[in-house]
Design a protein around this ligand. Structure first.
Ligand code: RFL
Ligand code: PHB
Length: 394
């Protein structure tokens, strides 16, 4: 056993939440150490989000990691909703005073943050095994882990649980101290990444009787497509041919004809879940990002919420260290949750609007038809979608 090390903030998880928190603290001169269960390459190989709100982009820029995003990211001012054999454009910028979203992969955000952390010479332990946290209900939180076969103990002032939905931090809070709200949807998303030009200049969200589909992208030469599939579907059961055939069936004829197919680089299945654990603080442990909440990916909110949480948490920790004030830390959970519940509502609504679920009957289907018709015709309905999609104020 090595002698206990000490830091001000121990960060568990090196996803976007953990890495961004680390950067914001380092920028403010606050000492932090990140512990990550996986290897750096594994973290970078996970294909996930693709849409950044302008508010998230500004936070990344202020953190000094926005350069490549501003150069390579694609600014979008609209999305298409496709149903009933036609496509309907929703203008994002008109109703929001010129706002849009930026198409820039989570993998790239993660890479930029990792590069910056390396340049900062801030410590990260990758492949940290058996991470366990304790003492956060008292004054001396402690993190134990195994690294390269040696047991380590890390003492700290605070623990930031940025370890995602399947992490160790949330389950370490005593049972009964957290209120859980959860909805698991009876479907998943099968995603495919490939080196082909996107079928359209903007994202297309497709509602179809055979199930939802999404045409997204990472760059002018790289596309990302999704198909609604059964929950727990095995991605290997889907050959590329089967995927493309099914996607074409769900697209309107014109879009299907324009689709450029190619060999997949990656294929994976993601579950659809809404989940919130509250409060997001227990003593000296703070939860942020997917560790505290999950949204179904339909509204493109997960990564943006993680960035928002970390923005609030970093502000609170900086206030604590610079002004010895607990005010921000005490307000953190309530402040973050107010925004999270707005995103939960929007993501649930987008999901319900566009998916076909086996357990919903004719009444729900007819309501979906009515809601889509309203959305296609009503500027007020389009404005409500646009306002939420580009992101509510931080
Ligand atoms: P992450 O990214 O899951 O990172 C958590 C990290 O913690 C590590 N970890 C541990 N480390 C040490 N000890 C342990 N015991 C640990 N347990 C876990 C993990 O290895 C990992 O590295 O959480 P974070 O940082 O909170 O970030 C959240 C985002 O990743 C997530 O919300 C988004 O990807 C969600 N999401 C989307 N969000 C958007 O804003 N826009 C989108 O367009 C979007 N599309 C998506 C998505 C998520 C998807 N999937 C796969 C669920 C599309 C998909 C398909
Ligand atoms: C993606 O490109 O991965 C993506 C885009 C929009 C979403 C979800 C995922 O709503």
């Amino acid at each position: 056993m090595t002698r206990p090390a000490r830091t001000q903030v121990a960060i568990i998880g090196s996803g976007p939440a953990g890495l961004l928190l680390g950067r914001l603290l380092t920028q403010a001169g606050i000492d932090n150490i990140i512990l990550e269960r996986r290897s750096k390459d594994h973290v970078l190989s996970r294909i996930r989000a693709g849409v950044l709100e302008e508010g998230s982009a500004r936070i990344l820029e202020d953190a000094g990691v926005g350069g490549r995003m501003r150069e390579e990211g694609l600014v979008h001012h609209g999305i298409d909703i496709a149903f009933g054999g036609g496509r309907h454009r929703i203008d994002l910028s008109g109703p929001t005073g010129g706002k849009g979203v930026i198409i820039y992969g989570q993998t790239e955000v993660t890479q930029d943050l990792m590069d910056r952390r390396e340049a900062d010479d801030a410590p990260t332990f990758y492949e940290a095994e058996d991470v366990a946290i304790s003492g956060f209900d008292r004054h001396m939180p402690e993190t134990r882990f195994i690294h390269e076969g040696r047991a380590h103990t890390l003492l700290c002032d605070f623990i930031a649980g940025c370890d995602g939905f399947h992490g160790v931090c949330r389950p370490s809070v005593p049972q009964g101290a957290l209120d859980i709200a959860e909805r698991v949807y009876p479907a998943g998303w099968l995603g495919l990444l490939c080196e082909t030009p996107p079928v359209s200049g903007e994202l297309i969200y497709v509602r179809h009787g055979r199930g939802f589909a999404l045409c997204s992208m990472r760059s002018p030469t790289r596309s990302r497509y999704y198909l609604q599939c059964a929950a727990g579907e095995d991605a290997t059961a889907w050959s590329d041919e089967r995927f493309w055939e099914e996607l074409k069936r769900r697209l309107d004829p014109e879009t299907a004809a324009a689709l450029v197919t190619g060999p997949s680089i990656e294929k994976s299945v993601a579950p659809l879940r809404s989940f919130v654990a509250e409060p997001m603080r227990f003593g000296r442990l703070f939860l942020a990002g997917d560790a505290a909440h999950i949204v179904p990916p339909t509204g493109a909110k997960g990564l943006n919420l993680a960035i928002g949480d970390v923005h609030y948490l970093a502000e609170a920790l900086i206030e604590y260290y610079q002004e010895r004030s607990q005010r921000g830390l005490e307000a953190y959970s309530e402040r973050a949750l107010a925004r999270i519940w707005q995103a939960e509502r929007f993501s649930w609504w987008m999901t319900s609007l566009l998916h076909s679920f086996a357990d919903t009957g004719r009444f729900a289907q007819k309501l979906q038809d009515a809601e889509l018709a309203y959305l296609a015709d009503s500027r007020a309905a389009q404005a409500a979608l646009a306002e939420n999609y580009v992101g509510l104020p931080l």
